[in-house]
Design a protein around this ligand. Structure first.
Ligand code: F6R
Length: 620
């Protein structure tokens, strides 16, 4: 969602806030803005529609001098992307600037009250009511801090808010309500920074020789930043003691490492992501899964009756693969559900239901809300997540971290294969613990996984075939991705990757369902991507491919090396190495990502920041 940055200290605030916004741009890039209180105590605001670099176009003219300020990069919810709707928003007298991430659910009611009291509005946003509420509190004689706290107490909904006051050249207030957005806080050497996420804090971590103490705001907490320090309080104004966490530069460093895009870098990091996901969870001598961080006792595992896997987008596709793995190797009934639907259902969740949420960010509003519902109903809850300290990890009974490092490309790549790796480990662990998998089968499954980093590395060593295929297929405006069994969710993921970064219409479908409707689409204007590695359903997919070819469809297939049967039927083929079925989803994913990436490049798309999207969707 949106990104917030605030700085108070002794340096010029503009470059620090600007750098922070660039680092948080993955959260939204519909517009950006910065407000600085200058040396004379005046509040000055610069805004741009579109990306953060728009603020920098005339750097010298635009830079404002002053050592306290706020910045914002927006993913539009209320009001289209425009100059008026860009944050920071200011009050009637241009004294208070506010930046906001989330949704004020009762903003219409509040806005009407404020209009009745004589306030006038210039934007279509819900955010603007916040500035007027602080202004109203100050008009009633409250201090800036108290007016800010009063504003927080009047709101419904989930959000993070920060404000700065003209003339108050040494104070920033911020608060957090609900789970829509985090606030992280660092203070060192007479300077303080807040941000929606850790990368915004980098300037202070740099200064602090690679590491720094970071405070994480909980819901219902407020923080006041001054050059003298950071004070935490609740929304009644009572001071709170907060234990900071040591964060290293590596945790927050965001760098393309010479690649043209973060997405390509992150695809290339996948062998490492798979290895990191296995680290300390696989005993390579006994070839067993160990899971030292598993939150259920042996008895609780034995008592489990079913597993429900939930997630959104790419993480939902991972959940769909997880369903096969848990059924097949975990020996438990398994379901996979879209968290955005699940949260509004009334599912049966007993004490022996294990719900596994999957999410890169751990902040997706729908996933977090579904988790909360599971918790309220008394289910057991685990999260597979890439972000330590995220909402998901706080709600869950235990977290199985992906350890993929920050993923910046808006399209998820390395965290998808990390999720699939952990889901494999989880299924094997459950099967072994419950006695449905014997030792030698477990060892074979673990062996398959341990070869994965090398096999993925081989797939990524030569990118020429993906580029060549992309050149052949970039001309198509419609794609249908087909797969069966454990590979069906990879067809959905292939379609999702292509549509989100190239804006080409793409649909993922179970290959066996094609004859029940989608086959009507087949003509020479649609590309069919048939995922047909050698697995237990290979012959079935081969028949589906023949059905397409009989209707003159153009077929790109992903096949196992050495396949001579289908290779002659299809128009183009990409190959993956022969591998056991449980690791095929990760291998088949690589050509899907690479072809989508190169088609998007050929179509001149903004690969890392595709239109209308944001890295983590912290509103409903
Ligand atoms: C697609 C993509 C999104 C996310 C979805 C859930 O490439 O990245 O579909 O998967 O928004 O995000 P997380 O995994 O953070 O819950």
């Amino acid at each position: 969602m949106c990104g917030i940055v605030g700085y108070v200290g002794k340096q010029d605030a503009w470059p620090i806030i600007y750098e922070g916004l660039r680092r948080l741009e993955y959260r939204g890039y519909d517009s950006a803005g910065i407000a600085i209180v200058n040396g004379q105590g005046d509040l000055q605001v610069r805004k741009t529609v579109g990306k953060v670099h728009g603020l920098d176009e005339t750097t010298i003219a635009n830079q404002l001098q002053g050592s306290v300020g706020l910045g914002h990069t927006r993913w539009a919810t209320h009001g289209r992307p425009s100059h008026e709707n860009a944050h920071p928003h200011i009050d009637c007298q241009s004294r208070i600037a506010v930046v906001h991430n989330g949704i004020v659910e009762n903003y219409l009611e509040l806005k009407q009250q404020l209009i009745d009291a004589g306030h006038s509005f210039y934007s279509e946003t819900d955010t603007e009511v916040l500035t007027h509420l602080v202004e109203e509190g100050m008009e009633q004689g409250l201090s800036f801090q108290d007016a800010f706290r009063r504003m927080g107490n009047l709101l419904k909904g989930s959000q993070a808010i920060s404000a700065v006051l003209q003339g108050h050249d040494s104070e920033i207030c911020a608060l957090r309500l609900g789970h829509a957005g985090g606030i992280v806080v660092a203070h060192a050497d007479g300077q303080a920074i807040i941000g929606s996420d850790l990368p915004a804090l980098l300037p202070l971590l740099k200064a602090e020789s690679n590491a720094g103490q970071v405070g994480f705001l909980e819901t219902g907490e407020m923080v006041v930043l001054t050059t003298a320090g950071v004070q935490y309080q609740d929304l009644d104004g009572n001071p709170i003691e907060k234990e900071p966490r040591l964060v290293t530069q590596e945790e927050v460093l965001v760098d393309k490492a010479g690649y043209q895009h973060f997405m390509l870098k992150e695809i290339m990091e996948q062998p490492q992501a798979v290895a990191s996901a296995m680290r300390e969870r696989v005993n390579f001598e006994t070839r067993q899964v160990v899971f030292p961080d598993f939150p259920l006792t042996s008895q609780e595992i034995a008592d489990l009756e079913r597993v429900v896997l939930i997630g959104c987008g790419t993480s939902l596709n991972a959940a769909l693969v997880g369903r096969y793995l848990v059924e097949r190797y975990g020996g438990l009934p398994a379901e996979a559900e879209s968290a955005s639907e699940y949260r509004y259902r009334d599912p049966f969740i007993g004490p022996n239901t294990l719900v596994v949420s999957i999410g890169q960010s751990g902040e997706t509003a729908d996933t977090v809300a579904a988790m909360q519902m599971v918790k309220d109903k008394g289910g057991r809850l685990i999260t597979i997540c890439n972000t330590e300290g995220s909402q998901a990890s706080r709600i869950a009974d235990g977290s199985l971290y992906m350890r993929s490092g920050i993923e910046v490309g808006v399209a998820s790549t390395k965290t998808f294969v990390a999720s699939l790796t952990i889901l494999n480990l989880l299924a094997i662990f459950l099967g072994k613990s419950r006695g449905t998998l014997d030792i030698s089968t477990t060892q074979e499954l673990v062996d398959g996984l341990t070869k994965l980093p090398r096999l993925m590395g081989d797939l990524l060593a030569d990118i020429a075939p993906y580029k060549q295929v992309a050149h052949e297929y970039a001309k198509f405006d419609k794609f249908l991705f087909l797969g069966r069994g454990i590979i069906a969710p990879i067809a959905y993921e292939g379609a999702l990757k292509l549509k989100e970064i190239s804006y080409i219409h793409a649909e993922g479908y179970p290959a066996g369902e094609m004859k029940h409707g989608p086959i009507a689409l087949v003509d020479n204007a649609i590309a069919i991507v048939a995922l047909a590695p050698k697995d237990s359903l290979y012959d079935k997919v081969a028949n589906n491919v023949k059905e397409v070819k009989a209707r003159d469809g153009c077929v790109l297939s992903v096949l196992t090396e050495g396949d001579t049967q289908l290779a002659v039927d299809v128009d183009h083929a990409l190959y993956i190495p022969d591998a056991p079925e449980h690791v095929l989803p990760m291998l088949v994913t690589v050509p899907m990502q690479m072809v989508a990436y190169h088609i998007a490049l050929l179509r001149d798309r903004d690969v890392d920041q595709p239109r209308n999207l944001a890295k983590s969707v912290t509103v409903e």
